[in-house]
Design a protein around this ligand. Sequence first.
Ligand SMILES: Nc1nc2c(c(=O)[nH]1)N[C@H]1C(S)=C(S)[C@@H](COP(=O)(O)OP(=O)(O)OC[C@H]3O[C@@H](n4cnc5c(=O)[nH]c(N)nc54)[C@H](O)[C@@H]3O)O[C@H]1N2
Ligand SMILES: Nc1nc2c(c(=O)[nH]1)N[C@H]1C(S)=C(S)[C@@H](COP(=O)(O)OP(=O)(O)OC[C@H]3O[C@@H](n4cnc5c(=O)[nH]c(N)nc54)[C@H](O)[C@@H]3O)O[C@H]1N2
Ligand SMILES: [Mo]
Length: 719
Amino acid sequence: MVYAKNRVTEPMVRAGWLNSPRGAPSGVRGDDAFVAVSWDEALDLVAGEVARIRDRYGNPAIFGGSYGWASAGRLHHARTLLHRFLWAAGGATLQTTNYSFGAAMMLLPHVLGNIDAVVGNVTEWREIFAHTERFIAFGGLPSKNWKVASGGAGLHGFEDHAANARASNIVFTSISPMRDDGVAAFGASWQPIRPGADTALILALAHVVHERGAVDHAFLERYCTGGDRFLAYVAGRTDGIPKSPAWAAPLTGISADAIVALAESLIGKRTLFTASWALQRAENGEQPFWALIALAAILGQLGLPGAGIGFGYGSINSTGSEAFRTPAFGMPARSHPGDLSIPVARVADMLLNPGGTVEFDGQTLTYPDVHMVYWAGGNPFHHHQDLFRLRDAFAKPDTIVVHEPWWTATARHADIVLPATTPLERNDIGGSSRDPFLFAMQRAIEPYAQARNDFDIFGALAERLGVREAYDEGLDEDAWLRRMYETAQKRLAERDIPTPSFETFWNEGFLRVPVPDKAVTPLAAFRADPAAKPLATPSGKVELYSQAVADFGYADVPGHPFWIEPNEWLGSPLAARFPLHMVSTQPGDKLHAQMDGSSESRRGKVAGRNELWMHPDDARARNLSDGSVVRVFNDRGATLAGLRISDDIIAGVVRLPTGTWFDPATNGERLDKHGNPNAVTQDIGTSRLGQGCAAQSCLVEVAAYAGDPPPVTAFELPF
Ligand SMILES: Nc1nc2c(c(=O)[nH]1)N[C@H]1C(S)=C(S)[C@@H](COP(=O)(O)OP(=O)(O)OC[C@H]3O[C@@H](n4cnc5c(=O)[nH]c(N)nc54)[C@H](O)[C@@H]3O)O[C@H]1N2
Ligand SMILES: Nc1nc2c(c(=O)[nH]1)N[C@H]1C(S)=C(S)[C@@H](COP(=O)(O)OP(=O)(O)OC[C@H]3O[C@@H](n4cnc5c(=O)[nH]c(N)nc54)[C@H](O)[C@@H]3O)O[C@H]1N2
Ligand SMILES: [Mo]
């Protein structure tokens, strides 16, 4: 991929933009020629636009949110560097929360006082194997997700944990529309469920626990607010609808008997509940997480070793690993106190509605009038929802700048594309806090063609704007790497962990943080003494009823866990026209859309396109054959995928992973030729509270593609 023909080899400027006066209409983005310019000319153009927009419209008119993972190395983390540069240049509009668990990030502080339950500070596997009797995984435990951690994964625990699980007496249950390989590896049983229906199931489980007289009232009294209100709702006393197994059965597609049996199997057992982050990347995604906390609470499980709640065991590497607290820090990102941050997934709304407002966790934010978009280290034309709407949004700003190693769809929708290096072309340090390794990422080759490090590109821009000192403090790559390492040494020394010299670390290639002696049991201190160790919620307790949330007055997030039907799911009227629920999971063979053009990623394609999983009954009903090209569509657009027929997915649900490079037709049709799920997903927030990415709530229909499908051009050069 370093030498791929679709590398960006030199600074490129869109012809329409280059030939128009700055700020004037400049033709169509995403379908225009590009012209090569020298680095000096490119840097002058970018610095000139930052200065022009800032002086004419103010810093908020520059959008530098730039969501995306970029690369593992912590120094050359493009998004961080962009934020530092824009901070030095006076500020910008940014993005807050993330696509991964944005809804949980806003909800959990109201319920548990912080976001520990979702960022990995959860029950460790060693505690699970010592204490747990029931492990209930909403969304399963797919091994593919364990390959990945932001900052890099060094310790891969899936096989060990799975082997320990099979050898243990713990009963593992996966509740998911899909069977995944973790089900077999962990010896789990698979309970299929309709997507988007988890809250109904959880409420029904609570109903059975309540009916059986198994509610731990002493726990609710001492540690929670609102236990009574929640139980009154579950019993149907507030709305006349008991959330019984019979009520949940048609919503979830699970028989009432199976719900009763599952609930009874939990009573009196040390139970750990988890949900994959995917559950909350959906309309009302806050609710299944809040409801699961409530279920763990009424069973009295929070704060016990091996029990309670922890999100994301099936979502990312090192959830449940020991608390290594590996200090992997790059250059600190900076922002000004006045910089507005929009909820991350509201980017298209912002561009399309300058001066419009958005409700967000009790606040009302006003969208700025953005004239310049700057992206480095992310691929919104892969990651955002309803990409044809994003394309409309990207038509609006005066100027769009992108740094990329490759000609992604985002680069193609920019005006100025600057060629960035890959990790093989620079020195860096990688690592992440729940993984024991800090690793030296040594440069293997010289920068390819005219590629430059983001670090140096921003340095040159900062120089032109007279703010270089603020940006890099006069330090070069080597000096920053040494400073990062010294910071890590200091943090580890505070914990009496000795470290080798920088030279030794660099030559050996890694440093390994030892396993902490004792596991940390989440909420144990609170459970031991709630008065002395209150939670950081208004009541100091677990809030099963939140007055703060209720006071927001949001119908889509009432004051306690609530079943709210999504607009798009198999139970909605729209299912008459689009009868299949599409889930878009993380891809198994890559990190998001990175290096989709590589041979490894292409090997996984079906008919040269992203793979669509479909149940045999659904394929038969549509006369579709395995390996054929199909059209996945709804009112927002269409995308072409390759069909894979499988009974690892339930009927009525299809799966189209993320990670495929968006390849829109150039004739104006809302058609993606390559199978990116975001050609058809909805661009809505999870709720007014979280405003997270709601990609999983999406109905589609699938049909055979009649005639010769158009060729995929995503990996070709756009000129
Ligand atoms: N439908 C649907 N959509 C989703 C999701 C879903 O579940 N369903 N999941 C969402 C989630 S959780 C996430 S995290 C996002 C992921 O979305 P992104 O994080 O945007 O995806 P990546 O493909 O990792 O994008 C990183 C880009 O940075 C580039 N890059 C790598 N290294 C460097 C570098 O050093 N410098 C520069 N300048 N560029 C570099 C890569 O080539 C790549 O194009 O997708 C979201 N989108
Ligand atoms: N290989 C690989 N691993 C990755 C990534 C990658 O790009 N590649 N990306 C990483 C990132 S950034 C993130 S945020 C995490 C995301 O981690 P997750 O959000 O956990 O990952 P997904 O694969 O989207 O979904 C996990 C499971 O949830 C199930 N699911 C979907 N909808 C529902 C539902 O409504 N109910 C129930 N019960 N189950 C449902 C799906 O069947 C799927 O098996 O993955 C990380 N891991
Ligand atoms: Mo993510």
